[in-house]
Design a protein around this ligand. Structure first.
Ligand SMILES: *[C@@H]1O[C@H](CO)[C@@H](O)[C@H](O)[C@H]1NC(C)=O
Ligand SMILES: *[C@@H]1O[C@H](CO)[C@@H](O)[C@H](O)[C@H]1NC(C)=O
Ligand SMILES: *[C@@H]1O[C@H](CO)[C@@H](O)[C@H](O)[C@H]1NC(C)=O
Ligand SMILES: *[C@@H]1O[C@H](CO)[C@@H](O)[C@H](O)[C@H]1NC(C)=O
Ligand SMILES: *[C@@H]1O[C@H](CO)[C@@H](O)[C@H](O)[C@H]1NC(C)=O
Ligand SMILES: *[C@@H]1O[C@H](CO)[C@@H](O)[C@H](O)[C@H]1NC(C)=O
Ligand SMILES: *[C@@H]1O[C@H](CO)[C@@H](O)[C@H](O)[C@H]1NC(C)=O
Ligand SMILES: *[C@@H]1O[C@H](CO)[C@@H](O)[C@H](O)[C@H]1NC(C)=O
Ligand SMILES: [Zn+2]
Length: 902
């Protein structure tokens, strides 16, 4: 699936994007719930066949006819007719199929002579494995047709087949649509199916609906047949490919579309509500561009005749790569020229690129089972940068990787409670948990490292071999390593064992710090598991490492006197100590060149000092990503007590000369983190003055906040405004206030600076009148991007009672969409005035919250966001009490991640 929380954001609460919480899943099938029939003729202690989690391999679906009819106006239910051709390869009892929350009204199995098989016992539902089980005696090998009719509900859900709505300005009645969202295991809520990723089949789909709607599905519309009573049947083309169930999609809606064609003649369309269709052109343009690029990169044409992308008003993930019909959250697909900022534009480009990458990596070749999900997601999260870079060559996408993915996942992976990329998953709820930023961002980071040490040519060749070999099938991580190995052996003829190397990065959690000492002209290298908490209890880690926390490291370095040469590579094997790199007597050297490796580096003190000196004299001698890497490593090493803070701050002295976004963004997260830690300390005063002095040059350079600047300068300007206003710079705060009043007066304020303008405006002048005026704007805004900025601004008033009232508004679904509840609370918790309010609120209302939202990841991450900067004994005590009372309140594995399930 696709992603994403605020891509360009640092760690500030400003950057927490709204998140739609899955409503508590409603079972509409009370009748079948838990009714496990007593089985005769078996001993009670013998495992029943349906207690096996996995479907039996003896039954293979060969073809699927599916007709679905949603009722959007009256009952909010749907009806379905499924007819599945199954191939039984060996005698088997109790044929079973996945269903969930649907009522089966008829089920029969017909043999190849057309006779219906007689049921020996009534069919039953085994809820634990979500199986519908029939008993027709022993099925002998051969072909059968399994026919199932069923009904289901569309309302109150955001997974499976569900109803969504939107309003058109000027209309009072909402418009409705019915859409699907399946990954990982919700296809079974829409139709009975063999719901495992390695069971691929052909789907022939028909939708029945009122004639005012259109029907969309994976294949192109082939026919639209009038069936009377104002109803039509949309028939989709014959299936062109076999696909996994989680990639099936069907939608009934009244949207409009824009259309183009790729060079290879694929029809490319973007669907959106008619009144927003202008906003679809950007996605269409980059979508076509990136599809053409991936056809070349993967060496395989896109598989289907058409490719649609559609903006869904209520969507739980960021986007979903259904084959030929990709669904998106609105703000990740549509760009309004006026209210959209550079960051949303980039998000659209990147998310589109990610989903398009899945059309090959994921859809053509699918992971064999969910434990290799990272292969889909890590891979797409890496090549999304290549696609976006192609479409927008000036955005420095490849360099942005480090600030968007690498450093943020380092932060999660440098604590003992992280987890390996590859973990066992079995039950559906465990499957959902692996959609976290370790799968996405760490997966992407280790693949980027692999690409780097294999070299572009052999990496690409290996990928193409892999896609060819497993085309329309399934594969595991080991299969990818094997194909990459063969390409590497043929092209580079080196001596690397790719599987052996990659296992150390995927099968144990964490990553190393390489400690480098200069010995005369040489470098002496040693590795150690990097943990940011100096007191971390290493033996308390929840996973065991098969490699004793040692890695196979492609160590790269460059000496100052050889900057124009390619970097030196030196493998550090996991058993090696004191590895030597031959060097020269340069003043300084840098390692992990361009931050391609998934490790940190700690230098000898003399080198840190020489690097500081170089940054101060001419920082442009050191490449951009290495400047950002030095800063991020230094801050984290200091936190781990492996480097003195004085040395770290020395590294930042040059920042007043730094003009590039990427090093600034790396500094931004670390400066903000330090500010939050120092906020209640006497040293805060000096720290604020220091920050003001470092940001002054750029604040002056960008003194016109509505000026059109380049894409990356937009990001840089926003970072600078946040840093300098939050450190109290009077020029910055004055300008923020001026812009704030302009906004309240209905004058245009650039979308690129609106978040900081509203934040600092409300902090300085956020009394009731201004709060209410802003609230009015929130209610009337028609774009989700603008709404989310305003809701952030509202959370920044310093008047506690306004914040209390805002919490009440958030609980009222007629005021704030249920899906925006958590983002509003986390915005308030990011306000120092509001934080104690939220902390009290969570502690007082925990049971109510669990009751209303379930133990969702959104709830877990609210606790995390609220308490992440606590650093006093008192807070520690409060947290210990809280977690003792509610042990389940620990955040889900995805806390603080920027990625969405997608
Ligand atoms: C699917 O429908 C087609 C066309 O009506 C029919 O020829 C085919 O036998 C059906 N297959 C199954 C499994 O029902
Ligand atoms: C049924 O499955 C067997 C074994 O996998 C295969 O050899 C055979 O071709 C299949 N039959 C059909 C009609 O698909
Ligand atoms: C499914 O069956 C239950 C129990 O009979 C019933 O309450 C529910 O309305 C049914 N749902 C649909 C969509 O028919
Ligand atoms: C492209 O597809 C259209 C139909 O969509 C077809 O008429 C045309 O011949 C195709 N062109 C090429 C070059 O394949
Ligand atoms: C927005 O920009 C796109 C591309 O620059 C343009 O095609 C479209 O007409 C613009 N829409 C509006 C409403 O200005
Ligand atoms: C994609 O867009 C970029 C930038 O405009 C351009 O350089 C490139 O040629 C385009 N690629 C394709 C395949 O159209
Ligand atoms: C570290 O964790 C282990 C395993 O949980 C535990 O037995 C040990 O007491 C802990 N050590 C310290 C110093 O807390
Ligand atoms: C801004 O526009 C809204 C809606 O058009 C209006 O109600 C409000 O009075 C205007 N505010 C100002 C200060 O002009
Ligand atoms: Zn994805």
């Amino acid at each position: 699936m696709a992603l994403f929380v605020g891509l360009m954001c640092g760690l500030t609460p400003a950057c927490v994007q709204p998140e739609i919480a899955s409503p508590a899943k409603r079972s509409i099938n009370e009748e079948t719930k838990g009714s496990v029939r007593q089985e005769r003729g078996r001993r009670a202690d013998e495992a029943k066949p349906w207690e096996e989690l996995r479907l039996p391999p003896a039954i293979t679906p060969e073809f699927y006819n599916l007709t679905v009819q949603p009722d959007l106006t009256g009952s909010d239910t749907f009806q379905g007719w499924a007819s599945i051709l199954i191939n039984v390869s060996e005698p088997i009892e109790y044929p079973r199929i996945h269903i969930k929350n649907i009522n089966v009204t008829l089920s029969k199995i017909i043999d190849d002579t057309g006779s219906e098989l007689v049921e020996v016992n009534p069919a039953f539902y085994y809820e634990y494995n979500e199986f519908y089980v029939m008993d027709v005696g022993t099925l002998q090998p051969g072909m059968y047709t399994w026919e199932i009719e069923y009904t289901g509900g569309l309302a109150g859900k955001i997974a499976g087949f569900y109803k969504s709505s939107y309003t058109v300005p000027g209309e009072t009645e909402p418009r409705y649509l019915a859409t699907t969202d399946f990954e990982p295991t919700d296809a079974r809520q829409a139709f009975p199916c063999f719901d495992e990723p390695n069971i691929k089949t052909f789907f022939k789909i028909k939708l029945r609906h009122e004639s005012k709607y259109i029907g969309l599905s994976n294949m192109i519309e082939e026919d639209r047949i009038d069936i009377g009573d104002g109803m039509v049947e949309t028939v989709f083309g014959d299936p062109e490919v076999k696909m996994s169930t989680y990639l099936v999609c069907f939608i009934v809606c009244d949207f409009g579309s824009v259309e183009g064609k790729t060079k290879s003649n694929v029809t490319f369309r973007v669907f959106a509500p008619e009144h927003k269709i202008e906003e679809a052109y950007y996605a269409l343009k980059v979508g076509i561009n990136i599809t053409e690029y991936f056809e070349e990169y993967f060496g395989l044409p896109y598989s289907l005749k058409k490719l649609d992308m559609i903006a869904i008003p209520d969507f739980s993930a960021g986007a979903m790569e259904n084959w030929g019909l990709i669904t998106y959250r609105e703000q990740y697909l549509l760009i309004d020229n006026v209210t959209s900022s550079a960051s949303y534009k980039q998000l659209v480009c990147v998310v589109v690129s990610h989903e398009l990458a899945h059309q090959w990596f994921g859809n053509i070749v699918t992971m064999d089972w969910w434990d290799d999900l990272w292969l889909n997601e890590g891979f797409a999260s890496y090549v999304e940068y290549l696609g976006a870079d192609q479409a927008e060559p000036t955005w420095q996408m490849q360099e942005q990787f480090v600030v968007n993915d690498l450093y943020s996942v380092f932060r999660l992976d440098q604590i003992v409670s992280s987890h390996p990329i590859i973990i066992d998953v079995n039950r559906p709820e465990e499957i959902s948990e692996v959609f976290d930023s370790i799968s996405y961002s760490k997966g992407a980071s280790v693949i980027r490292m692999l690409n780097d040490f294999m070299g572009e040519e052999s990496f690409k060749e290996g990928l193409q071999r892999y896609l060819k070999k497993y085309e329309f099938g399934n594969a595991k991580s080991a299969d990818l390593w094997e194909q990459l190995q063969s390409a590497y052996d043929d092209i580079v003829k080196g001596n690397l064992d790719i599987a052996d190397i990659m296992d150390t990065w995927t099968k144990q959690m964490g990553f190393p710090v390489v400690n480098v000492e200069k010995d005369m002209n040489d470098l002496v290298l040693n590795q150690d598991w990097f943990l940011v908490d100096p007191n971390a209890n290493r033996s308390a880690a929840p996973f065991e490492s098969p490699y004793d926390y040692k890695w196979e490291i492609p160590f790269s370095s460059k000496f100052q006197m050889q900057l124009d040469d390619p970097p030196n590579y030196q493998w550090m094997e996991r058993t090696d100590t004191d590895v030597v790199v031959t060097g020269d007597n340069s003043d300084w050297y840098i390692a992990n060149y361009e931050e391609k490796g998934y490790y940190r580096v700690n230098y000898d003190i003399a080198n840190w000092e020489a690097l500081s000196l170089q940054l101060n004299t001419d920082h442009t001698m050191i490449p951009i990503t290495d400047r950002s890497g030095l800063l991020d490593d230094a801050f984290n090493l200091a936190q781990a007590e492996q480097l003195d803070y004085v040395k770290v701050l020395d590294m930042t002295v040059y920042m007043d000369k730094e003009m590039e976004y990427i090093p600034w963004d790396a500094a931004y997260s670390n400066f903000m983190w330090l500010s939050d830690i120092l906020r209640y300390q006497p040293a805060f005063a000096d720290w604020r003055v220091y920050l003001q002095s470092k940001t002054k040059t750029l604040l002056n350079k960008y003194n016109d906040w509505s000026a059109e600047v380049s894409h990356l300068e937009n990001f840089l300007r926003t970072d600078i405004i946040y840093l300098s206003c939050s450190s109290g710079d009077p020029d910055c705060l004055n300008e923020a206030l001026t812009q704030f009043y302009k906004f309240l007066n209905n004058e245009t304020v650039s979308a690129n600076v609106l978040s900081p303008v509203l934040r600092f405006g409300m902090e300085l002048d956020g009394g009731q009148d201004n709060w209410d005026a802003l609230w009015e704007r929130y209610v009337n805004s028609d774009t989700s991007a603008e709404k989310s900025r305003i809701s952030f601004g509202l959370a920044r008033t310093r008047h506690v009672w306004l914040l209390s009232r805002y919490i009440e508004y958030a609980m009222d679904e007629s005021k704030i969409r249920r899906g925006d509840f958590f983002s509003v609370l986390s915005y308030i918790s990011g306000n120092p005035v509001g934080n104690p309010l939220i902390w009290d609120y969570i502690r007082a209302n925990w049971e109510y919250l669990v009751d209303r939202f379930g133990l969702s990841r959104s709830l877990g991450s609210l606790t995390y966001t609220t308490t992440q900067y606590y650093s006093t004994e008192l807070k520690l005590q409060q947290m210990e009490e809280f977690f003792e009372k509610y042990p389940e309140a620990g955040a889900g594995p995805d806390h603080a991640s920027r990625h969405w399930n997608a």
